[in-house]
Design a protein around this ligand. Structure first.
Ligand code: FAD
Length: 303
């Protein structure tokens, strides 16, 4: 099948991001294997199009004007997951998931297999690929604690890399650079007590829903944690908890000052970006700390 057959035109991004912003992408495809990704990249190169890899859209603010390039979405077409015991050591097991698998499914599958250590991932609304790219984490653990091998595409080639903690940093990884596209994660986890694993999953989920605005569109924490500080606390100390510049819907969550939310889903990316800039300026003025965005920008100006 020619690769053009899986490419759609003018696909609106708003429903594909958790912040619920974004105009149309000129070209959009959801590949089902590495070979198709490589063909899509070639298609974009031939047409001189910029490429953006989209996972579950839970950490991107898509521009109101859309994206004048090709979006390659790694989603349900590449979401296989399997578990197997470690043949070398029966106290451990492996869980292998394609990039489009949801992280919640990854964490829940590990729990159901009786593997501990992935409980932190159950409440993060990203894909496995996005989580490897960002080194997603919560409650003191992140992807670097469990990843042993990552399959990725670079320069038109599929590569398997044995990874260790050194390949990851705070919300960044080896894969954040050079246009690398993550297609699969293999993690090694210790076998544990099923009841304790389930209890920890529940405890973390309860903690999350008590402190975070999970029913309002957002990208989670908008800013990276500045060294020695908490972004939410700095924003709160600047009197911005619950703050909005206007009635667009863009506001600092009244529940968690670290979250910029799109209340009602009515704000556009420009409204959100304006609010982000205001927060950065005010916090800098008050504390001398310059907050850096954890969220990524898709299309438009990279503010
Ligand atoms: C309510 C809420 C709570 C959240 N809580 C947390 C949390 O506790 N911890 C945390 O770390 N994050 C959290 N996040 C942020 C987000 O879920 C993570 O950053 C997640 O890892 C993003 O994955 P994604 O698939 O949605 O990536 P996307 O948002 O689709 O993309 C994010 C970036 O990753 C790149 N990317 C995506 N997939 C791939 C791939 N396969 N290969 C190469 N690049 C890729 C994109 O190009 C983009 O630059 C939260 C978000 C929300 C909305």
């Amino acid at each position: 099948m020619p690769i053009e057959d899986i490419i759609r035109k003018d696909v609106v991004l708003k429903p594909l991001t958790t912040m619920k912003t974004g105009g149309p992408a000129a070209y959009f495809a959801e590949p089902s294997c590495e070979g198709e990704i490589i063909e899509l990249i070639k298609f974009a190169e031939d047409k001189n199009l910029e490429v953006f890899i989209l996972g579950n859209g839970s950490n991107v603010i898509a521009d109101d004007a859309g994206f004048d390039g090709l979006i390659i979405k790694l989603g349900s077409n590449m979401s296989a997951i399997e578990t197997e015991d470690d043949p070398q050591d029966n106290e451990y097991g492996f869980i292998t998931a394609q990039a489009g698998c949801l992280l919640s499914k990854f964490g829940n599958t590990a729990a159901a297999a009786g593997y501990e250590g992935a409980e932190f991932s159950c409440g993060i609304p990203g894909s496995v690929g996005g989580a490897v790219f960002m080194n997603a984490g919560a409650y003191g653990r992140d992807i670097s604690d469990i990843a042993v091998e990552v399959r990725y595409i670079e320069d038109g080639e599929v590569k398997d890399m044995q990874v260790s903690k050194e390949d990851f940093g705070y919300r960044t990884s080896f894969f954040t650079h050079n246009g690398r596209i993550v297609t699969r994660l293999r993690a090694r986890l210790k076998k544990g007590d099923r009841e304790q694993i389930d209890a920890l999953v529940k405890e973390l989920r309860d903690k999350r829903s008590a402190s975070q605005p999970l029913t309002v569109p957002s990208c989670g924490s908008t800013f990276k944690r500045p060294e020695g500080y908490f972004a939410g606390k700095l924003i709160q100390d600047s009197g911005l908890k619950g703050f909005s510049l206007d009635d667009s819907g863009a506001e600092v969550s009244p529940k968690h000052a670290g979250f910029v939310v799109n209340n009602g889903g009515t704000a556009g990316s420009e409204d959100i970006k304006r609010l982000i800039k205001h927060i950065q300026d005010k916090v800098y003025e008050d504390s001398g700390v310059r907050l850096e965005c954890e969220v990524r920008f898709l299309g438009g100006s990279k503010k």
